[in-house]
Design a protein around this ligand. Structure first.
Ligand code: AMP
Length: 422
């Protein structure tokens, strides 16, 4: 039979043997966010296209080239979310959450969609975790954001990490720096790639982000943003760096770091993993003091990050063999014969209150069932045949030592609690 359907290009299935790793990483993210006082927010997968045009930025590659945009049956112009920040800000404003708390701290987990060219660590549906802090311009919030990203990635066991940070300055500094860059690039356009010609027109800062070798040579000589920063921006950045040093986070300043999205002001950061074979970041973010106003709210400073789960898992695999979590069960309940099926069903229901239990559905020989139990990584197999039923016992086989114990049927749950927790 020929295979008819395949997952769409740029999408992927997370199969049962991988899902425990995903769940574990997500749980660790929830845990660290909770410890820092962040609350979860769940936002829709699609929004009005205009939200991303105004939030993410009309001129960005994400909005211009990568959005899944479609009319719905009433002709509304919708897009699948390419990132979460504009949606979180929209929800924050729509529900007046800024009135409830002076500073709102959110985290989110979920799929994002970009019509990107698929490659290593690059998908069209990928998954991000992220946080947003809305309502403060304090450099401590920038440092906290960077610290959470760093501790999260370190906490899941990644070692070869590099944290790059930079500042783009406030809006007037950014405008000034754009002019300085435009002036510098003007007579070097013939050395830049086609995309950079566009970027030169739309947003010259983005030229600094180009991966093209020839462009990189030009960029290396470009003036740094630090040369034009106003005093407040210099002080803000110095304080961010100071707090990061207090938190013992290893970072370095890369004066050429800008980010793919246009809304950043002041602090920007990206974390890289050298050995993952991915030429791009695991996560990044920055301050976005203009975005809230840009999507129709009051002028409100904010900062946040997002990190890609696919790339994090690639990096973990590059560092160590994947954990053999395999799902695993505590007990495999093995009935032998028709009569035993009901007893096994009842026992499994009872044990599931405290243990992970796999119940054999079919009539199979005991040696086959034991083989399945080993494959599943069961600690014990509960064997129930006519002899056990007659004596009202269950035979518990320790799958590591091979030892067998006869336990009264009513005592099995207590026995297991004693011998394998739960
Ligand atoms: P961004 O929202 O562009 O700042 O990206 C934040 C993070 O999301 C990146 O560092 C990646 O880990 C992840 N990411 C962005 N685009 C993709 C993609 N097309 N496929 C997989 N991960 C992505």
């Amino acid at each position: 039979m020929s295979q008819k359907f395949k997952a769409m290009r740029g999408t992927h299935d997370i199969l049962p043997d991988e899902a425990p790793v995903w769940r574990d990483i997500e749980n660790r993210f929830v845990d660290i966010c909770s410890r820092y006082g962040y609350s979860e927010i769940r936002i829709p997968i699609f929004e009005a296209t205009e939200l991303f045009e105004r939030g993410t930025g009309f001129a960005t590659d994400v909005v211009q080239k990568e959005m899944y945009t479609f009319p719905d049956k009433k002709g509304r112009n919708l897009s699948l979310r390419p990132e979460a920040t504009p949606s979180v800000v929209r929800a924050h404003l729509e529900h007046s959450l800024g009135r409830k708390a002076r500073v709102a701290k959110y985290f989110y987990i979920g799929p994002m969609f970009r019509y990107d060219r698929p490659g290593a660590g690059r998908y069209r549906q990928f998954h991000q975790v992220g946080i947003e802090v809305i309502g403060t311009s304090s450099p401590t919030a920038d440092a906290e954001t960077i610290q959470i990203l760093w501790e999260f990635l370190k906490g899941i066991g990644l070692k070869d990490l590099k944290m790059r940070i930079n500042t783009l300055g406030c809006k007037p500094c950014r405008v000034k720096y754009s002019e300085v860059l435009r002036g510098f690039l003007e007579d070097k356009l013939e050395r830049l790639c086609g995309d950079c010609h566009d970027r030169f027109e739309r947003n010259p800062l983005r030229v600094l982000d180009c991966k093209n070798r020839a462009c990189k040579v030009v960029i290396a000589e470009a003036p740094d943003v630090t040369a034009i920063l106003c005093d407040e921006c210099v002080e803000h950045f110095d304080r961010v760096k100071g707090y990061l040093e207090l938190a013992k986070i290893e970072f370095y300043v890369d004066p050429k770091l800008v980010r793919g999205l246009d809304y950043y002001t002041r602090t920007v950061f990206e974390v890289f993993h050298e050995s993952a074979g991915v030429d791009s970041s695991l996560g990044g973010g920055g301050r976005y003091d203009e975005l809230v106003e840009g999507v129709g709210g009051p002028s409100t400073p904010a900062v946040g990050f997002s990190a890609g789960l696919e790339r994090i898992i690639l990096a973990l695999r590059a560092e160590k063999a994947p954990d053999d979590t395999g799902g695993g069960v505590d007990v495999y309940v093995a009935p032998m014969g028709d009569e035993a099926t009901g007893v096994a069903y009842e026992l499994a229901s009872e044990l599931r209150k405290t243990h992970a239990v796999w119940l054999e559905f079919d009539q199979r020989k005991l040696d086959r069932q034991l083989r399945s139990a080993s494959k599943l990584g069961a600690r014990y197999t509960a064997i129930i045949g006519s002899d056990e039923i007659a004596r009202n016992v269950v035979r518990l086989k320790d799958m590591n030592s091979g030892e067998q114990h006869e336990v009264d049927r009513g005592e099995v749950a207590a026995w297991l609690r004693k011998h394998c927790g739960g």
